[in-house]
Design a protein around this ligand. Structure first.
Ligand code: NAD
Ligand code: MG
Length: 399
């Protein structure tokens, strides 16, 4: 590899964070871990600090940060422990860091990821919620500060690989003959579950994805297909493509990670085993290639690849995402916020699976959609949608 890179991993204790460390562990001479971060998982972050000896460790939760600091001090480690969102922003903008892995889940990732963009870093973007919330503002921050945005989300990474001219955020792909983006989706665990069983779906069933091992929130999003709707919005911003050119394709095997169709009749696809270490390794080394530790795909073994149209009745969240995107302004912020509240409530068994889409729909229909021209606008829209969603849940439980 040509140059070594110095990395901050936002959300190092999560699925994306751990997969990133796995890839980096195969190339220790080429990557230096400068900062690791987590929310409340003190034990995992302590183990990671002992293994990687970063300069900084950040815990957003203040008492967790204090616990980690005590443990690391007792262990004689020089790692400096920071706390809160300010700590996250600090390690996203350190001069000695050139690469920031955005692996925090949900809206909590917005501020540190935006800071990385404003600081001109190479950003390995997994945290799609940040982009869904801040779209234009985030892409402007990337462009205006010379940041480099590389998509880790497997579908977007596949699209990126199938568009050799693409620099995320820089040009409209139609200029290079792209006429359609085919965004693949596995269809999740309930692709063929009878619709009248949806009311009894448990959190345990929803988080066991047939093809991918991921964090809880994105697993539920995959089960409702909200994840795919968020990914349409993500693709729109990343690749500067209009929504109408992005088509969701159900592909149950999760071997084709997305496709790009060109006006000469070509469709380019990226294939591989469903393992996030492939897109992570691609982004870590880009434009070079490194070993990711992923088993090579045996095409004879997978021989059969199926593609279907999505069923909007089964997956109303897909439709809600399309509508929010069309509405523009703060609608995507409200959609994302309502979804985060709904998923959390479902995981705690406070609402049934089917109430996730219903809750988002009522929040979107009741809330006032405003223009979003600043970070303050985004944060205000996020907060009011969260409050409205929470009040719906509280009300439904007192009836
Ligand atoms: P996860 O739940 O496994 O990990 C989340 C990480 O974020 C943890 O390190 C956690 O400590 C941290 N975190 C959570 N809340 C936080 C808060 N309030 N403040 C600071 N840090 C906080 O999630 P994941 O599956 O790794 O997903 C991370 C992001 O990557 C999500 O946006 C998801 O949509 C995206 N993504 C994940 C996968 C995957 O395979 N897991 C694939 C594509 C995209
Ligand atoms: Mg994805």
């Amino acid at each position: 590899m040509s140059a070594s890179r110095s990395i901050t991993i936002l959300g190092s204790t999560g699925s994306i964070g751990q997969n990133t460390l796995d890839v980096v562990s195969r190339h220790r001479d080429n990557y230096r871990i400068v900062a690791l971060t987590a929310n409340t998982d003190v034990d995992t972050l302590e183990k990671q600090c002992l293994q990687w000896q970063p300069e900084y460790a950040v815990m957003s939760d203040l008492s967790s940060a204090q616990q980690l600091a005590d443990k690391l001090k007792n262990g004689g480690l020089a790692t400096q422990v920071l706390a809160g969102v300010e700590g996250l922003q600090q390690v996203s903008s350190l001069e000695q860091v050139d690469t920031v892995v955005a692996g925090i889940v949900g809206a909590a990732g917005l501020l540190p990821t935006l800071t990385a963009a404003e600081s001109g870093k190479r950003i390995l973007l997994a945290n799609k919620e940040a982009l869904v919330m801040s779209g234009q503002l985030f892409m402007d921050a990337v462009r205006n500060n010379g940041a480099e945005l590389l998509p880790v989300d497997s579908e977007h990474n596949a699209i990126f690989q199938c568009m050799p001219h693409a620099v995320p955020g820089m040009a409209a792909p139609e200029q290079h003959g792209v006429n359609r983006i085919l965004l693949t989706a596995s269809g999740g665990p309930f692709r063929s579950t009878p619709l009248d069983h949806f009311g009894e779906i448990t959190p345990e069933q929803a988080v066991s994805h047939p093809n991918w091992v991921m964090g809880q929130k994105i697993s539920v999003d995959s089960a409702t297909m909200m994840n795919k709707g968020l990914e349409v919005i993500e693709a729109h911003w990343l690749f500067t493509v209009p929504q109408q050119l992005i088509e969701v394709v159900i592909h149950p095997q999760s071997i084709v990670h997305s496709m790009v169709s060109y006006n000469d009749g070509s469709i380019l696809a990226q294939l591989g085993n469903p393992d996030m270490r492939t897109p992570i390794a691609h982004c870590l080394a880009w434009p070079e290639r490194i070993d990711s530790g992923v088993e090579p795909l045996d095409i004879f073994d997978v021989a059969k690849l199926e593609f279907e149209k999505p069923d909007f009745q089964r997956f109303p969240c897909l439709k809600l995402c399309n509508e929010a995107m069309q509405a523009g302004g703060s609608a995507s912020v409200a959609l994302n916020a309502a979804n985060e509240i709904a998923v959390e409530a479902f995981l705690h068994k406070r609402i049934p699976f089917t109430a996730i889409a219903a809750l988002i729909e009522s929040v979107l229909s009741q809330i006032t959609i405003t223009d979003v021209n600043s970070l303050d606008d985004i944060l205000a829209a996020d907060l009011s949608a969260r409050e409205l969603a929470q009040s719906h849940i509280n009300r439904s439980q007192t009836v």
